[in-house]
Design a binder for this molecule. Structure first.
Ligand code: GAR
Length: 198
C-alpha cells in the first residue's frame, strides 16, 4: 500500500475534489491532498479546500483561456514540488497541460473527463452526448499527455441517458459516476493494483 501524495488542480466548484477528500477521511483511500490549486482565484474549489484545512492556492491571471503561459505553468510546477506532490489530479481543470507540467510529472497526471472517451472530447461533453442522441454516456479517468483528452484510459463508468434528460440532469448523473470512478482508480493505484508506466 502506498500513501499517495496528491495535488489537485481545478477551475470550478470542486465536487470531484470533495469526493476524493471524503474518501480519504473515511479511510477508504490511502492518500493525502497536499495542496489544491486553481487557475481562478474565485473558484469554489479553493473555498472547499480551505474548509477542509487544505492549502489552497491560486495561480496568477493568464491572458489565455485554454492554456497557461509557460512561465505560469513553471510556477505551478514549483508550487506542486514545494508541497511535495507526487500525483497531479485534474479535477475539472479546464486548461490544456503543456510541457513544463508534463515533463515534471511524467505518467503522474490524471484527468477526469465527462464522456466515454474517445467519444466527445473537449468542452461540455455531456451536451455533445445529448446532441448526438446516444443512449449511454459516462466518464473516463485517463493519463494526461500532450493531446487533448487523449492519454491512456485507466477506467470508465457508464450511465444511461434517460428520456427527457436536460444537459443539467445528464451532467448531474455523470458527476455522481465521476465521484465513484476517480476514487476507485486512486484506490487501485495506492494498492498497486493498476499498472501505470513509470
Ligand atoms: C466535471 O464534470 C469534469 O468531468 C469536467 O468538469 C467538471 C468539474 O466538476 N471536466 C472537464 O470537462 C475536463 N475536460 P467539479 O468542479 O464539480 O469537480
Amino acid at each position: 500500500m502506498t500513501k499517495l501524495k496528491l495535488g489537485v488542480l481545478g477551475s470550478g466548484k470542486g465536487s470531484n475534489f470533495v469526493a476524493i477528500q471524503d474518501s480519504i477521511l473515511r479511510g477508504e483511500l490511502e492518500a493525502e491532498i497536499k495542496v489544491v490549486i486553481s487557475d481562478h482565484a474565485t473558484a469554489g474549489i479553493l473555498e472547499r479546500a480551505k474548509a477542509y484545512g487544505i492549502p489552497a492556492r491560486a495561480l496568477p491571471p493568464s491572458q489565455f483561456k485554454t492554456k497557461l503561459e509557460p512561465e505560469i505553468e513553471l510556477e505551478l510546477v514549483r508550487l506542486l514540488k514545494s508541497y511535495e506532490v507526487e500525483w497531479v489530479i485534474l479535477a475539472g481543470y479546464m486548461r490544456v497541460v503543456k510541457k513544463p507540467l508534463l515533463e515534471a510529472y511524467p505518467h503522474r497526471i490524471l484527468n477526469i473527463h465527462p464522456s466515454l472517451l474517445p467519444a466527445f472530447k473537449g468542452l461540455e461533453a455531456w451536451k455533445q452526448a445529448l446532441l448526438a442522441g446516444v443512449s449511454e454516456a459516462g466518464c473516463t479517468v485517463h493519463e494526461v499527455n500532450e493531446g487533448v483528452d487523449e492519454g491512456e484510459i485507466l477506467g470508465q463508468m457508464r450511465v444511461p441517458v434517460e428520456k427527457g434528460d436536460s444537459a443539467e440532469s445528464l451532467h448531474a448523473r455523470i458527476q455522481k459516476a465521476e465521484h465513484l470512478l476517480f476514487t476507485e482508480i486512486l484506490v487501485k493505484i495506492s494498492k498497486n493494483n493498476l499498472r501505470i508506466n513509470s
